[in-house]
Write a protein that binds this ligand. Structure first.
Ligand SMILES: [Zn+2]
Length: 331
């Protein structure tokens, strides 16, 4: 993902003015009450989430058109099945910014498909084919421990903890692991040019929804949610699409004592899968993404070879998982 350029930002602003009423997620207004922890929710195990990252990395970089990519797709699909979801792999051919024809796979799963009231949890599972922000080996793919594997791992561990727990959420859960999020054009300017070269999997998915698809009422994207000293500010586009949802997640995180991670600071729009899922699929979505407002940049590992297991922190994974479990069991 990349920071949104000025042009897209302007178009987003316009978009949000025009269609705000239609896209907004409205939560029923309840009387404000002091946060009381639920008496019982599943236990999110950060160790297991970490192991899910290790497992993905063991395949190697997950770059479209490689055997590593293909093998990891099969693994993720089988994991979703094992965790009790109905799965469906969406395969497609898309064209990258450099003309490469990419065989992509969006890995989809549904938990409790009979429930009409649904939420979409998503992350990208591919890793960047180059390390354009590194000073060395710029043309080699990155492992993407945080950028890619961490979001997938948190979702898998969420599903694992729910499967092992007698009480289930009353809301149905759709999961999509999107492909080719990170095959975007290396950015040399902030003009907004090349923005649509990112997020190819979510663009394809959003434009090819089955006619009878029971749309979740909103979505949550997890991207780079595992680094030590992570910070998740309130991203601008998420705020336009689903302000109540954003406030609810950040409020809950704060109540759980994770206000240092889920900071209240607002930052500009970021090109990421939630843009397409919100605009094209019309599922209003928020992005939980590591972005450091004081540096105006993602973490220092971003799109470098440093994005390996060394940057991953179990407490960060655990905090994100705990917030999401609380959220799901309150829906
Ligand atoms: Zn990335």
């Amino acid at each position: 993902m990349r920071f949104i350029g000025l042009l897209l930002l302007i178009s987003l602003l316009t978009f949000s003015c025009d269609t705000k009423e239609r896209k907004r997620v409205e939560f029923p207004s309840k009387p404000k009450k002091v946060f009381a922890p639920l008496d019982s929710v599943p236990t999110f195990q950060a160790d297991t989430a970490y192991a899910f990252i290790e497992k993905q990395l063991a395949f190697g970089p997950r770059v479209p058109n490689t055997p590593e990519h293909k093998n990891c797709a099969a693994y993720l699909d089988s994991e979703l099945k094992r965790l009790g979801l109905e799965t469906e792999m969406q395969s497609a051919k898309v064209t990258a910014f450099n003309g490469d024809a990419l065989d992509i796979r969006n890995i989809q799963g549904r938990l409790n498909p009979e429930i009409k009231d649904r939420i979409l949890l998503f992350a990208h599972w591919d890793s960047r084919p180059f390390a354009d922000r590194d000073s060395e080996k710029k043309n080699k793919p990155i492992l993407g421990a945080n950028d890619g594997a961490s979001g997938v791992a948190v979702i898998l561990e969420l599903l694992r903890s729910i499967q092992d727990y007698p009480k289930k959420p009353t809301i149905g859960i759709d999961v999509v692991f999107f492909d080719a999020e990170d095959y975007g054009k290396p950015s040399s300017s902030m003009t907004g040019e090349g923005n649509d070269s990112w997020c190819l999997g979510s663009q394809y998915w959003s434009e090819n929804l089955p006619v009878d698809y029971l749309k979740p009422k909103y979505g949550i994207l997890l991207d780079m949610v595992g680094a030590e000293n992570a910070v998740f500010p309130k991203e601008y586009a998420s705020r336009q699409f689903a302000p109540e949802l954003q406030d609810k997640i950040w409020g809950l995180a704060n109540d759980l004592g994770y206000g240092k991670l889920f900071i209240s600071e607002a930052v500009g729009g970021i090109t990421d899968d939630h843009i397409y899922v919100s605009q094209l699929a019309e599922i209003p979505s928020v992005d939980i993404i590591h972005y450091e407002p004081w540096r105006r940049d993602f973490g220092t590992f971003h799109h470098t070879h440093e994005d390996n297991l060394d940057v991953i922190s179990k407490p960060t994974l655990g905090a994100v998982g705990e917030v999401l479990i609380e959220f799901l069991y309150r829906e």
